[in-house]
Each structure stands twice: as C-alpha cells, then as structure tokens.
Design a protein around this ligand. Structure first.
Ligand SMILES: [Zn+2]
Length: 559
C-alpha cells in the first residue's frame, strides 16, 4: 500500500477528551473515527487489524468444530417476547415498527435468533452437539458512554452458541471453549484473567469473564493474592463485620432534606454503617426492594440470585411515587405486599439502624430486623469493597481495574424451554437442548490490544495482527534510493509493506511510523547503499541494525 493513497491519515495533534488514552491514539493514528456518541467508523488501518483478529478467532472456533453463520441484526420483537427478555433489557433495546406495523428490534445479542435458526436448521437430535458462530453488529442504547470503543452503542461481536443433548455434554464442552478463549488472548499477547462473573440479563447457570488488567478498564476484579480467589467485584464474596448490640426502642425523628446517605450521616453525626439504605429495582416479575447497610452498594447480580428474579435496572421514580413512597426516604417499613423485599445479611445482623420513614423528612432510629420488619429473603446482596478481607482465607483483598474482553455463559435449557425448541430422541423422548453462549467484543478487543501495546509514541502491534508488517521509506532524492525502495516494495508486496511515498521530511515519516505502530521499518539511504545495505528497525525491541540489501526481504518475511 502506498501511504499517499491510504484513506485516513495520521493527525498532527492527539485528540483530547475524557475517553481512554489508547482510543485517542487509535484516532490520531488513523484507525478509528467517531460518528456520534457510541458510534464508530473503522478506517482501512482499523479494518486490517480487525480482519487479522477475526482470522485468529475463526481458526480457534473452527478448531472446536465451529461453523460460521450470520443472523440478522434486526429481529422480530416477537422472538424477544418468547424468550422472556424483552422487558428485562429495558430501554437499551431499540424497538420500532415496520411498514406493516410489525414490531422489530435492533438486537443487543443473538440467543433468541440462534434458537430460531436451530429450529429450522436442525433436522435431528443426532446432529447435536453443534457450535455456531458469527461476527455481527449489535446495538445497545447504553446510558453511559465513555472510553471510546470500550463502550459503544453499535458494536461488532464474535458471538458463538453451542447446543447440546444434555447438561453434562454442555459441561464437558465448557472447558474446551474456555481454553480456546485463553489461546485467542495469548495469540494477541494479552495478559488476561478469567474470573467468575454474574449471569446478568443473560440468565443461566454459570458465567466467566475474561478481563485484561488496565487502568483504562471499567470493570473491577477482586483478587486475593494469598489464596488465589478472584471474581468480578459484582459477585465477589468478602468477609463482613457486624456490630451486635442490645436492641433499643424504635423512635421516629425528623430529618429535613436528608434524602441521601451522605446528608443523613452528616445530619445525625452517625457513620454510614449505622444507616440502612433501601433501593427499588424492577424485574420482569415485579418490583424488588433491596435493603443494605449504608456503607455498602447493592450488587444487581447478587440481588438477582437471592431474589430468584432477573433484575435489570432501578425502578423508575414514578413507580416509586405511585406506591406513596417519598424517594430518598424509602424503606421496607409498612411497604405494600406487592413489593418483594430482600435484605442484606449486614442489615439483618446489625442492631439499631436508622431507616427511612417512606415520608419526606422522616426517619426511624433503632430499627431492628425481625422485630420491626421481616422478610424470608436474607442473603449477601452487596458488592465487596476494596478494604474488605477474603472470605476464604481472611487476608486483605485487592481490587484491580480491568477491561472485559469476553465472556462465556452456561445457559442450560433456559432459552430452548422458554422458546419451546424441543427434539425427540430414538425412543421418542422429548427434550430441550442445553445451550452455551460465548462472546467477544471486537472493538473492545482492538482497543484493549492497543492499550496493552501502546507507548508514548503510538501502538506497537503484535506482528500477527499489525495492519502491515513493514514500513518502508527512503531518505534523500537520489534516483537509486527511489529505485531500491520501489524494488523492495514489489518484492514484499502491498499486503506486507506500507510504502511512505510522501514528500515529507524523514522526521515526519519516523513519527508516523511509530504512531501507526508497524512492527518493522526499513530505511534506504544512499550512504547505506554504498555498502549494499539497508537499515532495519524493530519497534518492539527498539533495535536498529544493517542488513545486506539482497537478504532483507527474506529476513523480514521470516519474522
Ligand atoms: Zn484468600
């Protein structure tokens, strides 16, 4: 490729803003452009890296017997209703009518569509197990957009789905996909931690995330360096302390303008551990109130597990007001039976807490679980905190920021049952296939690979996925230099070499070569040609050396 012909040139200045540094470098180097919040265009350099990452993933999926398919981005709303997730996904699901007034959605994920594909594509249960995968666009109308490609609304995913005759067959397959994921990240030269995670709105039984430690990440992994325990902060279990004391009589007090934990704590001069915090969530089966101690945050994943309901989001404030509750003063005291109440064990085991009165400007003090309010649903529903100690060994936990690159879910027969996909075996027994779902966000992976391999000058791509292997340039106007440069280009070919044919100073060309991050650079000068040599530079090591002209192509191609 001739640089002068390349669409999407480097920018002199690095874009500023709150997004991740590696994303800003990707913009500056001409890989990506933004079209609007959460919407990204890939330029030719970005597409080349993406194509190489895809081919690594394809190899690993095909090695497991995977077959590539493509289901549409636009799905009938009907299949989302059948699967039971339409409400759950909530406002991030974009829904619109077609000209016949049939409801359609922009799919945020493709479990439903794959179940439908299996229904019409599979003749017999004997064809199971089967692994299907695709590279397809998804759309989620996310609320918080930060960090460039790490949180896009429209994004490309590699998603794979396996279907099995039995749960035990799915279980046996799971370690194989786990290892394939590890190999993919190894080939991209990424240090990745696999940690147990919540199943979220995917449902199912078990999930693992593959996370790359990075300050640019939005996820937090809790790690115990002593015993090796690791889990996503949302589901990590940590040791909790309860302060038990003699229950005192409950009292009503006035607390004007104390609708937040901070204000209440300041007003009453009490630590947050003496306050109870209540939050209302929506689930597909109704409202769920979570009650935790004021010094903790609710984990939606744990709340879903303890409540047995699939919880997606906070309830809208209008729903809370409809129940006659003043927002900011919410509590389970005297609440309607329609609301399921789940209490964290710290609240159940702490005495004399301060709790909202469900009326504006009113709280109760000395509230005790079991005496003043009750629920059978008590469990661990809080996020672990950085200062907590390990539940298994008591040693201090550590929190590590990370970028989530992929996840694997053991879904079981949740979807095949909900969508009534059944097969008959030889003995005419009917059963629902068991399903696994395995995703990798391609834009995230590109962004994370850039984050892992970036330096002050640009991105040092691993050879296997670099947009070009060689950056080729000549210095000076000598006719011989130009001829040698073009001869080398002919030999290396346009797929391997990016030829900088611009009329620019060597300084500008060196700067761009580092920024774009091509692994090898060949420089031709008339001085070097006197000895029939050229100069080779390896970006990863910083090494510069001279190579005889007639050997340079074979040497470079061998790397
Ligand atoms: Zn431990």
């Amino acid at each position: 490729m001739h640089y002068s012909r390349l669409f999407g040139k480097t920018l002199r200045e690095r874009p500023q803003g709150g997004s991740s540094k590696s994303y800003r470098i990707l913009q500056q180097a001409g890989y990506i452009r933004s079209l609007g919040p959460g919407l990204f265009s890939y330029l030719p350099l970005g597409i080349r890296v993406l194509r190489r990452i895809k081919s690594i993933i394809r190899e690993e999926m095909e090695a497991l017997g995977g077959q590539e398919v493509l289901v549409p981005l636009v799905n009938p709303y009907e299949i989302w209703e059948k699967g039971g997730r339409a409400e759950l996904v909530g406002r991030s699901l974009v829904r619109f009518p077609d000209r016949q007034d049939r409801d359609l959605v922009l799919s945020p994920t493709h479990e439903e569509a794959m179940v439908e594909l299996l229904r019409i594509g599979l003749n017999s249960y004997r064809d199971l197990p089967i692994l299907l995968y695709q590279f397809q666009t998804k759309f989620r109308d996310e609320e918080h957009l930060k960090g460039g490609l790490l949180r896009a609304r429209e994004f490309i995913m590699k998603d794979a789905y396996s279907f099995h005759r039995s749960y035990s067959d799915l279980n046996n397959f799971f370690p194989r996909i786990f290892r394939a994921y590890q190999r993919i990240f190894q080939r991209l030269d990424l240090d990745v931690i696999a940690a147990e995670s919540g199943v979220g709105f995917m449902g199912g039984h078990k999930a693992y995330e593959f996370l790359m430690p990075s300050r640019e990440g939005e996820d937090v992994i809790v790690i115990c360096e002593h015993c090796g325990y690791k889990a996503n902060r949302d589901i990590a279990i940590a040791h909790k302390e309860y302060g038990s004391e003699r229950p005192l009589p409950v009292e009503k007090i006035l607390t004007p303008e104390c609708s937040s934990m901070n204000r209440l704590s300041r007003y009453l001069k009490l630590p947050k551990s003496k306050l109870a915090k209540s939050m209302m969530y929506q689930s597909s089966q109704g409202l769920v109130m979570a009650v935790v101690r004021g010094d903790y945050e609710v984990s939606i994943d744990k709340l879903s597990k303890v409540s047995g309901r699939n919880i997606s989001d906070l309830a809208r404030i209008e729903r809370v007001k409809e129940l006659g509750i003043a927002p900011g003063y919410m509590s389970p005291l005297g609440i309607s039976d329609d609301v399921m109440v789940v209490v964290d064990d710290t609240v159940a085991n702490s005495n004399n807490l301060v709790m909202g009165g469900n009326e504006s400007g009113l709280h109760y003090v000395n509230v005790n679980f079991g005496r003043d309010f009750e629920t059978p649903l008590v469990g661990d529903i809080v996020r672990s905190r950085g200062r907590d100690s390990c539940f298994q060994c008591g040693q201090p936990l550590k929190e590590v920021r990370a970028i989530e690159l992929g996840n694997i879910f053991k879904l079981g027969d949740v979807y095949s049952r909900a969508m009534n996909l059944e097969f008959q075996d030889d003995k005419r027994r009917r059963y629902y296939p068991h399903m696994g779902s395995y995703g990798i966000g391609m834009g995230r992976l590109l962004n994370a690979t850039a984050a892992a391999h970036r330096d002050e000058k640009g991105i040092g791509w691993p050879v296997e996925i670099a947009p070009f292997k060689v950056y080729l340039m000549g210095i000076g106007k000598s006719h011989k230099v130009r001829r040698v440069v073009f001869d080398l280009y002919e030999e290396l070919g346009p797929e391997v070499a990016l030829l900088d044919d611009r009329i620019e100073s060597p300084g500008v060309k060196f700067f761009d070569a580092e920024l774009i991050g091509i692994p090898y650079r060949i420089v031709v000068t008339s001085g070097l040609l006197l000895n029939d040599e050229v100069e080779v530079y390896e970006r990863a090591s910083g090494r510069i050396w001279q190579v005889p002209l007639r050997e340079v192509v074979s040497q470079i191609l061998a790397y």
